[in-house]
Design a binder for this molecule. Structure first.
Ligand code: AVI
Length: 391
């Protein structure tokens, strides 16, 4: 375990970062906590159960799509792919891809939860003993460097299944796609799973399953704060609410206070009014052309779309815009010798100053996710290819 120069233990740094972010979210109006806090061990297990619920069509639709088209996908990606997955993924979709890829060069899962990463890597190493697996314990929304596997790599391919991109607002999603383009480099490709717009009732039911698993998943966020930040939320006094906002094309999930109450989080008091809602998740649904517009804003072109017969879900193949300026793309390969003490490669993070600036901007826009829509006049400037250099 590394000890930063300040003398603080790495776990203390993580604790303080979590505490400060949660405090900021609870102090904001409207209150807003990131859905990334859902995924502790209990939350990840609950998410697995959500995927098995009849109402949650997302997982089984994507899986069926993968089963039907994985051979075609693998053929388009070609041989000696370094498969880089956003998330820990030892699941069936990853295995389908690995089974069909021609001589995959390496598999690189990028996962923020160390335990989830360790478990999935152990399973994958067992299932694919000949495959080089290099785990990155990192946040894929941050700048990353890829490892350099031992064997030859023809192209890196970023795999981002599950419609997890939909959990980011449009600006964050475009930023993530830009990082993806930078990470994959000019010859790279990305395979991204997106949930498509459909009957609002079907979508809303998926986030309000009859067995109450999604509600338990949402409220586990409060239980996690009780466990990890010494908070005293009474879970009986809050409820889950998920509604599909048709105009914004997204499910918006809230935790609502049943009564006026005071809660303490890491020693700081917060007062909730009766029926006050706290935003905890968005799950964006796209049309293929909306998604293609976001990809274009990030310098990526859609080269193929696979969708099911009902057009509920799509897996999209992306490649860098041919005129994306190579100079703007930082070198994304580093030697895998840069290991943390427990053997997982470290990633190079942005500097303190950049991080502070980004955090400040995020604080100022804490409720941006609530305000955001998909208008044609979206303020995000589109990707403009750099002019070819004159020699
Ligand atoms: C992980 N993510 C894509 C899921 C979704 O559909 O937004 C998380 C989830 N939240 C509630 N149910 C599922």
């Amino acid at each position: 375990m590394s000890v930063p120069a300040s003398g603080l233990h790495q776990d203390d740094v993580r604790y303080l970062a979590m505490r400060d972010e949660i405090w900021r979210g609870l102090a904001a109006r409207p209150r807003k906590l990131s859905s990334k806090w859902f995924y502790d061990e209990a939350g990840s297990a609950l998410f697995e159960r959500i995927c098995e619920q009849d109402e949650y069509y997302v997982t089984r639709t994507e899986l069926a799509l993968m089963r039907e088209h994985v051979a075609a996908m693998a053929k388009m990606l070609g041989p000696q792919v370094m498969l880089v997955e956003y998330g820990s993924g030892s699941g069936e979709k990853t295995r389908l891809l690995l089974d069909h890829l021609e001589r995959p060069a390496a598999y690189v899962p990028i996962e923020i939860s160390r335990t989830a990463l360790r478990d999935s890597v152990a399973q994958l190493r067992q299932a694919y003993p000949a495959l080089e697996v290099v785990a990155l314990n990192a946040d894929f929304t941050e700048p990353l460097l890829l490892p350099r596997p031992h064997g030859p790599v023809r192209r890196p391919v970023v795999y981002f299944p599950g419609s997890t991109l939909g959990n980011f607002n449009r600006r964050e999603a475009v930023d993530l796609l830009i990082r993806m383009r930078q990470l994959m480099g000019p010859n790279g490709r990305a395979l991204v799973g997106i949930d498509l717009k459909k009957d609002p009732l079907l979508i809303e039911a998926a986030y309000n399953d009859g067995a109450g698993v999604t509600a338990a998943f949402t409220l586990n966020l409060l239980a996690r704060l009780n466990r990890e930040l010494d908070a005293d939320f009474d879970l009986q006094q809050f409820h889950h609410r998920a509604r599909y906002n048709v105009m914004r094309g997204r499910v918006e999930t809230f935790i609502v206070s049943r009564c006026a109450q005071r809660v303490s989080v890491a020693g700081r008091p917060f007062a909730f009014a009766a029926d006050e809602a706290m935003a905890v998740e968005i799950s964006c649904k796209y049309t293929v052309s909306e998604f293609a517009g976001m990809a274009a804003a990030a310098g990526l072109g859609v080269t193929h779309v696979w969708t099911d017969r009902r057009a509920w879900f799509a897996v999209v193949l992306l490649e860098p815009h041919p005129l994306a300026n190579a100079e703007e793309i930082p070198m994304s390969i580093h030697d895998a010798k840069d290991l943390s003490p427990d053997g997982l490669p470290c990633v190079k993070n942005e500097g303190k100053k950049e991080k502070a600036q980004r955090k400040k901007a995020a604080d100022e826009n804490v409720d941006e996710a609530l305000e955001e829509t998909f208008p044609a006049s979206d303020p995000i400037s589109p990707f403009v290819p750099a002019k070819p250099r004159q020699h």
